[in-house]
Write a protein that binds this ligand. Structure first.
Ligand code: 6PG
Length: 464
């Protein structure tokens, strides 16, 4: 008997995902060179029709045709895995890259591989190890007919929200990996905002970990309800088994990254799409890594690191509104990047579908996504989420609190660059009179780069 689906890479993610597929009624064969990983799968697979093998030959011959083979390997080894795999496949077999690949790599690979007569899909998968087992959010892109070959398998495996699967074909070419990349950019932005809230609570309000954890739990019942807020509440109450106290206080404040947030900023620059909250989240990760330099600077650069001068409950209320505002702006920037890139690349990405499949399973799932889905459903041409009547009314209403929170945080010396850039973006975006006229004048002054005039056709140059 042949297996319905094949998976290469049996790390925790791969093992969990293959078990998830099997639990939903399909048969699946896994391959990994590492015998321990193969054994681990075979041990867990008893009740399902799942098997692990450690030769590519057994793997390929065990799959039903046309074969459906998914790679769940680190981005750096995809090309190598493909080079090993392709010679063993036959025309019309489908290869799926389920990792965090750069969209440009996906475009290159799709061309190379379909030119050889195979099918190819680039699929973003979010939700970590738990998501892979219980239901991730899946973002497939490529040829739609190819997607239909695995549609049932993916629909069964994905997270479900209100009966709807968190997976749907998103568009051609690199659409899936592009959407996943932007998902991660938004993930960076929201994580940065939450960490700023934590910083201000801790250093500005002198709150203890359990107290902060309690606030995040409470918030998780309200407007900012989201996976990232939920896990923050959990993280803050975790005790340290090694040295006592809370684990969070023993973790080095120097953030690492695998690059997907940076790619979002880089590609946003290429498409000239403004995503300043994401940019500042990426920069802050970089700055956090300068630990030694920061410690030195601490003795040279003087400024306050003081208490917030307001009643705690009142200020916490402002923080919650600020977080809502900042999160909404971050999503709005991510969606706008998707809109611009999709148009320019001709990917045909539907933003309401993106919002729909991000509602469950993924790292940036939150209560807000339901509203975003509705906003794009009622107006698919929405230039920006902030144009939606309900969402614009909410940000208009919350902005005073964010401004006030930022002023107090800045006065007391606590860094809130994510929030500052969310408000800066908001103010610039709603402004019909930016100071770019001066920039144009300066460009013309020093370089004769010319400028346009209000209400007049043509370009002008002045001998300044
Ligand atoms: C997900 C995550 C995941 C990503 C981690 C780590 O959607 O499940 O986005 O794909 O690998 O978030 O990313 P960094 O190492 O760049 O922080």
């Amino acid at each position: 008997e042949k297996y319905d689906f094949g998976l290469i890479g049996l790390g925790v993610m791969g093992r969990n995902f293959i078990l998830n597929i099997a639990e939903n009624g399909h048969t699946a064969l896994g391959y990994d060179l590492d015998e321990e990983k193969v054994d681990a799968l075979n041990k867990e697979s008893k009740e399902f029709k799942v098997k692990g093998v450690n030769t590519l030959k057994d793997f390929i011959s065990g799959l039903a045709k046309p074969r459906k083979v998914m790679l769940l390997v680190p981005a750096g080894v995809v090309d190598k895995a493909l080079a090993d795999l392709l010679p063993l496949l036959e025309k019309d077999d489908l290869i799926i890259d389920g990792g965090n690949s750069h969209p440009n790599d996906t475009e290159r690979r799709e061309k190379e591989i379909t030119d050889q007569g195979f099918r190819y899909l680039g699929v973003g998968i979010s939700g970590g190890a738990e998501g892979a087992r219980r239901g991730p959010s899946m973002m497939p892109g490529g040829d739609e007919e190819s997607y239909n070959l695995v549609k049932d398998i993916f629909t069964g495996a994905a997270a479900h929200v209100k009966g709807e699967a968190c997976v749907t074909w998103l568009g051609k070419g690199s659409a899936g990996h592009f959407v996943k990349m932007v998902h991660n950019g938004i993930e960076y932005g929201i994580m940065q905002l939450i960490s700023e809230v934590y910083d201000v609570m801790k250093h500005g309000l002198s709150m203890e970990n359990p107290e902060m954890s309690g606030i995040f739990s409470e918030w998780n019942q309200g407007a900012v309800a989201s996976f990232l807020v939920e896990i923050t509440a959990d993280i803050l109450e975790k005790e340290d088994k090694k040295e006592g106290g809370f684990l969070i206080d023993h973790i080095l404040d120097s953030a690492k990254q695998k690059g997907t947030g940076k790619w979002t900023s880089q590609l946003a620059m290429d498409f000239q799409a403004p995503v300043p909250v994401i940019d500042s989240a990426v920069s802050m990760r970089h700055l956090s890594a300068f630990k030694t330099e920061r410690l030195e600077a601490d003795s040279i650069l003087k400024g306050p690191v003081g208490r917030i001068d307001e009643d705690q409950a009142t200020f916490i209320n402002k923080l919650e509104d600020a977080l809502f505002f900042g999160m909404l702006i971050t999503y709005a920037q991510g969606f706008e990047l998707l809109r611009i890139a999709s148009e320019e690349k001709g990917l045909g990405i539907s933003l309401s579908k993106v919002a729909r499949i991000w509602r469950g399973g993924c790292i940036i799932r939150s209560a807000m996504l339901d509203d975003f889905m509705k906003a794009y459903e009622s107006d698919p041409q929405l230039p920006n989420l902030l144009f939606d009547t309900k969402l614009s009314a909410t940000v208009n209403e919350k902005q005073d609190k964010v401004r006030d929170m930022i002023i107090q945080a800045v006065k007391a010396g606590h860094p809130v660059p994510g929030f500052m850039s969310s408000v800066g973006y908001f103010d610039a975006y709603r402004s019909g009179h930016l100071a770019a006229n001066l920039i144009q004048a300066q460009r013309d002054y020093f370089g004769s780069h010319t400028y346009e005039r209000e209400g007049e056709e043509g370009v002008f140059h002045t001998d300044w």
